[in-house]
Write a protein that binds this ligand. Structure first.
Ligand code: HPA
Length: 262
């Protein structure tokens, strides 16, 4: 079920054994300036990896370390709305799995559904709702358990660390919508009724794929804007990117401290 092996990576990468994978969402690419970059590989240079066309998504793996632990960062990702299948969208996760990652941290930019949340805050993903009807596991493996997609022990670790650093980190349910358009106010009300706290267009296929490969998953949503209809304003991609850039530093502090203390 994993078409990737170490042999897909350039020779300079094949001896690397990152323990943690991190996927950076819209506007969060600046996170890599916080780590010591040792090596990079463009997605375009790895056979079988789809390449994104969306502004704000760079499209490369960055190798380095954080809190003294080897990490591989996917800077940029592809989305269903670009025309890729859920299986293609999750290809980067299978590539990172081929390098042996044990833990995967997924990040995204998301709209607020829960009226108690504020733009600029991070939400830790406790669970998800899949509104796309798509799965990266179509064709197999079948019947993978989803009781705990987002690791309880990682959630506890990040929750405790955020508390210690004074970083607000509410937990909530992330709804995966297909996009590419933002939601209507009626859709935001529907999602709230159905139990969502935040909404976005990514992350869920990667989380499902990682669990199927036995990788421990954590997810963070950068709450960039109120959902449609929650304020009189229209939504803009620029606003999403700008808020993400400001919040990237907060997440870097949290992850650094968490892995130092782990
Ligand atoms: N909806 C969907 N995806 C998003 C949003 C939103 O409001 N904000 C950032 N990504």
């Amino acid at each position: 079920m994993n078409e990737f092996t170490r042999a897909h990576f350039p020779a300079s990468i094949r001896d690397r054994h990152p323990r943690i994978g991190l996927v950076l969402g819209s506007g969060l690419g600046g996170f890599v300036s916080r780590i010591k970059i040792e090596e990079t590989v463009a997605f375009a240079d790895l056979e079988g990896l789809p390449v994104s066309t969306v502004p704000g998504h760079e499209g490369r793996f960055v190798f380095g370390s954080i809190g003294g632990i080897e990490i591989v960062i996917a800077q940029g990702r592809v989305h269903l709305y670009e025309g890729w299948s859920a299986r293609e969208v999750a290809a980067g996760i299978r590539a990172m799995a081929a390098l042996g990652i044990e833990k995967l941290i997924l990040t995204n930019a998301a709209g607020i559904i829960n009226e108690g949340f504020r733009p600029g805050q991070w939400m830790q993903i406790a669970d998800h709702l899949n509104f796309t009807g798509q799965s990266p596991l179509t064709g197999g493996p079948h019947f993978i358990d989803q009781t705990q997609v987002y690791s309880r022990s990682l959630r506890q670790l990040f929750h405790d660390q955020a508390d210690e650093l004074g970083i607000p980190l509410p937990a909530g349910v992330y709804a995966w919508m297909p996009g590419p358009q933002y939601e209507t106010p009626a859709e935001i009300r529907m999602l709230r009724t159905l139990g969502a706290d935040a909404v976005g267009m990514s992350t869920v296929p990667e989380a499902i794929q990682a669990r199927a490969l036995g990788i421990e998953v954590a997810g963070f949503s950068c709450l960039t804007n109120f959902g449609a209809g929650m304020t009189p304003d229209a939504l803009s991609h620029e606003e999403v990117i700008e808020t993400g850039q400001q919040a990237a530093e907060t997440l870097a502090r949290l992850l650094e401290a968490s892995f130092l203390n782990d």
